[in-house]
Design a protein around this ligand. Structure first.
Ligand SMILES: *[C@@H]1O[C@H](CO)[C@@H](O)[C@H](O)[C@H]1NC(C)=O
Ligand SMILES: *[C@@H]1O[C@H](CO)[C@@H](O)[C@H](O)[C@H]1NC(C)=O
Length: 330
């Protein structure tokens, strides 16, 4: 009995190590985000000039709105703040379910843009950071000015609470910015990979009608892919929200994090999925980062005085699909 059990466990683990075919676990559309995700009305851990509101406030103030096929989450774009006020009202939501090995597919029509904005779609184990690790799938620089082309591509990164590095040469279309994922040794900048195309975020992403981000996490690798809405090469299982997906057909990922010199199976916990919109904070608010984007004054003063600057600081999410069962591997 014991022997049989061990054989079963070993073959199950072997299946988990490779990409392949995955079956749907959870689908989130519209109202599902109100029922199955939590509004995190907490202080922003990145020190942003925001006040994250609870679900009741978000719905009352229309900072969150759902329909049968849409989730909108936005920043307050009407209130002028004084320096003694709290931050600008914003939204941060987290899936109630935490996921271990899985594939996530998000269909996004619009992401927040504008000076001071720092939107993110990412996964972490909140209660266990950094020990549980962090994967930033969409993490956008503040360098977005409507109508001006001074934008940088999306950055995908891992943040790990222990020794973890990536090989300098690997099979990905993006450009590595750092190969050291350990939050303790690199000022927590993580091992980031820049997407190859500017339509991966901000105004260019939005003007194309958004697109799809996908991530596959197994015991031996993390891969992230992106297709713009207008990219005819998007796999049909991604664009249709199919009940099974085959990551072997998705081509070279934008970012590839293998376990060559990082034990991915131990550095990541089960992670919750998070959408947020912060303003300024540790990254977007750095004066050199903020001003090099062509944004005026200081980040906090801009946020306080310019509610109209946030009219495009919203997420429009069509769906999130999470595939949790690997049914066959390559
Ligand atoms: C709330 O936001 C949605 C989405 O932007 C919009 O369609 C709707 O008209 C807004 N409702 C109100 C009462 O402003
Ligand atoms: C990478 O993952 C595979 C599959 O789980 C495992 O056999 C291998 O030991 C791992 N390599 C490292 C360096 O952790």
């Amino acid at each position: 009995m014991q022997f049989t059990l061990s054989v079963f466990v070993i073959s199950a683990l072997a299946l988990e190590t490779l990409g392949g075919t995955w079956t749907i676990g959870d689908t989130y559309v519209g109202q599902d985000f109100l029922n199955s995700w939590s509004f995190e009305a907490e202080a922003d851990p990145t020190g942003g000039r925001v006040t994250y509101v609870d679900q009741t406030t978000a719905l009352n103030d229309n900072l969150t709105y759902v329909s049968s096929d849409t989730l909108i989450m936005r920043v307050d774009d009407t209130t002028v703040l004084s320096s003694s006020d709290g931050g600008r009202n914003s939204v941060r939501i987290k899936s109630n379910t935490a996921y271990d090995y899985h594939v996530v597919v998000i269909d996004v029509r619009h992401m927040p843009e504008g000076c001071a904005t720092w939107p993110a779609f990412w996964e972490t184990n909140d209660g266990n950071w950094p020990a549980g690790g962090e994967v930033d799938i969409v993490s956008v620089t503040p360098s977005m000015i409507e109508g001006v082309n001074s934008v940088s591509p999306n950055l995908v990164s891992l943040h790990v609470g222990s020794t973890c590095s990536m090989p300098s040469s690997r099979d990905e279309s993006g450009t590595p910015q750092s190969n050291d994922c350990d939050v303790n040794t690199d000022g927590n900048s993580g091992c980031g990979v820049q997407n190859p195309t500017t339509n991966s975020f901000g105004p260019d992403f939005n003007s194309a009608g958004g697109g799809w981000y996908t991530m596959e996490r197994t015991s031996s690798e993390v891969k992230v892919w992106f297709w713009s809405r207008t990219d005819g090469s998007v796999p049909s299982d991604v664009s249709s929200g199919a009940s099974t997906v085959n990551t072997d057909n998705w081509g070279t990922p934008a970012a590839y994090f293998p376990n060559t010199s990082c034990d991915l199976s131990s550095v990541f916990s089960s992670n919750n999925i998070i959408f947020d919109i912060t303003l300024c904070g540790d990254w977007a608010g750095q004066s050199s980062v903020y001003s090099s984007a062509g944004c005026s004054g200081t980040c906090v003063d801009y946020v306080n005085a310019n509610p109209g600057g946030f009219s495009n600081a919203y997420w429009d999410v069509a769906s999130v699909h999470v595939y949790t069962t690997e049914t066959s591997s390559s």
